[in-house]
Design a protein around this ligand. Structure first.
Ligand code: DGY
Length: 320
C-alpha cells in the first residue's frame, strides 16, 4: 500500500506509516501541486495525505475514486467536497483538538499585539525611529475586563476564552449554530445573535468553519456595526473577511485594530497597506505551527491513513 503526501511532514507521522508497512512518496518541492499533478500522483497511490489547501473537489474525487482514504493534516476541511467523497465511499479524515491550544495562543498573541501595536513598534525600531519618551504617543489599549466575542465557540474558541478569562478576566459572549452548554456553565458564556456579537464585543475572534454561511460574513456592513474601540481577530479562514472592507474600517476608525493569522487572499502581498498600520498585526497562517501541534497532527493524519488502508473506520473521520 502506498500513500502520496503533498508536503514534508513531521517524523511522528512518517514513523507510524513505516511501522505499519506503508510506503510513501513525499512531494518535497516548495511549491503547490497543480490539480493535474495531484491527480497524476494519486493515480499511482492508494491513499492521499493532504497538507495545505489542495482542492479535494468532485472532479478530483471522481478522477481518483480508487483512493481508499484522504487524510488531511488540518482541522479545517473547507477544501473538501465531503458529500462527493461520501457518495464515492472515500473516507475523509482531519486532525481536530491537537492544534486547539496552539491556535488559541496565536489568537491571544494577535489580540495583545494589536492592542499594544507591538508588531508596528518592532518595525519602528528597525527603521531607526525610536525617538524619546513621549507620554502621549505609542498608546495602546488595555484588555482587562473587556468583552471577548467568539464566532464559532468550539475547541479553539474555548481554549482562547479560558486564556482570556485567566489573563484579563474577560467576560465571554458567543454566536454559534448550536448553544455551547459547557461554555455557559464553566465560563458563564452568554449566547447572543450575530448582530449583538458585532455590537457588544470589544475583541471579536473568529473560530468558525468556512462555510457558505460564514464566507464573506465580515464585510463593510458587519464592520459598521462593531464598536469603534474593538479589535477584529481572524485565525480561522481569510475568506470570512473582505480585506478591502477591513482596511476601510480601520482607516475610518470604524474599528480600532485587527490581528490576522489568515488573510484574503493568501499569501498576503508584501505591499498590502495593512502591513504598515500601527493597530494591525499579521502572521502568515502559523496558527498550528508549534512542535507539539504539528507532531500531533502528523500522528493523527497517519493514524487515519493506516485505518483507511485497512478498510476500518477512521479514528478522526469527517464523513457523516
Ligand atoms: C487547519 O488545520 O485547518 C489549519 O488552518 C491549516 O490549514
Amino acid at each position: 500500500m502506498k500513500v502520496f503526501i503533498t508536503r514534508i511532514i513531521p517524523e511522528t507521522g512518517l514513523e507510524l506509516l513505516r511501522n505499519a508497512g506503508i510506503q510513501y512518496t513525499e512531494h518535497r518541492e516548495k511549491r503547490h501541486l497543480s490539480p493535474e499533478e495531484l491527480i497524476a500522483a494519486c493515480k499511482t497511490h492508494d491513499a492521499l495525505l493532504s497538507v495545505g489547501g489542495n482542492k479535494i473537489n468532485a472532479a478530483f474525487l471522481q478522477a481518483c475514486s480508487h483512493l481508499k482514504v484522504v487524510s488531511l493534516m488540518a482541522v479545517g476541511y473547507d477544501n473538501v467536497d465531503v458529500p462527493a467523497a461520501t457518495a464515492l465511499k472515500i473516507p475523509i479524515g482531519n486532525t481536530p483538538g491537537v492544534l486547539s491550544n496552539a491556535t488559541a495562543d496565536t489568537a491571544f498573541l494577535l489580540m495583545l499585539a494589536t492592542a499594544r501595536k507591538a508588531f508596528y513598534m518592532h518595525k519602528v525600531i528597525g527603521r531607526g525611529e525610536w525617538g524619546f519618551f513621549e507620554p502621549t504617543t505609542n498608546l495602546g489599549i488595555e484588555l482587562n475586563g473587556r468583552t471577548l466575542g467568539v464566532l464559532g465557540l468550539g475547541k479553539i474558541g474555548m481554549a482562547l476564552a479560558k486564556k482570556c478569562r485567566g489573563a484579563f478576566d474577560m467576560p465571554l459572549i458567543y454566536h454559534n449554530r448550536h448553544r455551547n452548554e459547557e461554555a455557559e456553565q464553566l465560563l458563564g458564556a452568554r449566547y447572543v445573535s450575530f448582530e449583538d456579537l458585532l455590537k457588544e464585543s470589544d475583541v471579536l475572534s473568529l473560530h468558525a468553519a468556512l462555510t457558505p454561511e460564514t464566507a464573506g460574513k465580515f464585510d463593510a456592513a458587519a464592520f459598521a456595526q462593531m464598536k469603534p474601540g474593538s479589535i477584529f481577530i481572524n485565525t480561522a479562514r481569510g475568506a470570512m473577511h473582505n480585506e478591502q472592507d477591513l482596511l476601510a474600517a480601520l482607516e475610518s476608525k470604524t474599528i480600532w485594530g485587527a490581528g490576522l493569522d489568515v488573510t484574503n487572499p493568501e499569501p498576503m502581498d508584501q505591499n498590502n497597506p495593512l502591513l504598515n498600520m500601527p493597530n494591525v498585526a499579521v502572521l502568515p497562517h502559523i496558527g498550528s505551527a508549534t512542535v507539539e501541534a504539528r507532531s500531533g497532527m502528523a500522528r493523527m493524519a497517519a493514524e487515519n491513513i493506516i485505518a483507511g488502508l485497512k478498510g476500518e473506520a477512521l479514528p478522526y473521520g469527517v464523513n457523516k
